[in-house]
Design a protein around this ligand. Sequence first.
Ligand SMILES: Cc1cc2nc3c(=O)[nH]c(=O)nc-3n(C[C@H](O)[C@H](O)[C@H](O)COP(=O)(O)O)c2cc1C
Length: 164
Amino acid sequence: MTVLVTTASKHGATREIAKEIACVFDEHSVPTELLDIDDVTDLSSYEAYVVGSGIYLGNWLKNARRFLDTHAAELAQRPTWLFASGSIVGEPPVADDPDALRPGLVERLVETTQAREHKLFAGRLDTSKLGLLERAAVRVRTRARATTATGTKSIAGPRRSRDS
Ligand SMILES: Cc1cc2nc3c(=O)[nH]c(=O)nc-3n(C[C@H](O)[C@H](O)[C@H](O)COP(=O)(O)O)c2cc1C
């Protein structure tokens, strides 16, 4: 049995989490193949799937969402776990940020793939390595969330349960 562990990662944090996941499988003598999501073409040789994405502006990365939609039927046929790496809250980032993802996203991804779980891990955010646009996006999102905390306006929407 081989497990496919695949991720979409812009700055490497999600890929590193995937490596750790693959190590855990390895410790239990479960073979894995670790691939970037854009390099996966055929899912038929795997018995289970772990798919992850970095979170950007409350969403999974586009190529990861496309992957789930394209391969939904195959993912639904075998054990599938989803994870995301995010959080712009806390230093270092916290894992239990209820507003990390936009409302309804986890439910939709789980429904599409029939995944057993969607897990949110604390990611890594090194603003010194971001370009101007990304830095600005983080600032806007952080401010919006600070406003959310005061109860006035929300980009991410109301607080809700992340796990399905
Ligand atoms: C422009 C930008 C937007 C982000 N938006 C969110 C967000 O909406 N929610 C969140 O939890 N984390 C957000 N993050 C934090 C990233 O999800 C986190 O750094 C993640 O670990 C990045 O994964 P990667 O290195 O695999 O791309 C954002 C980071 C950047 C740079």
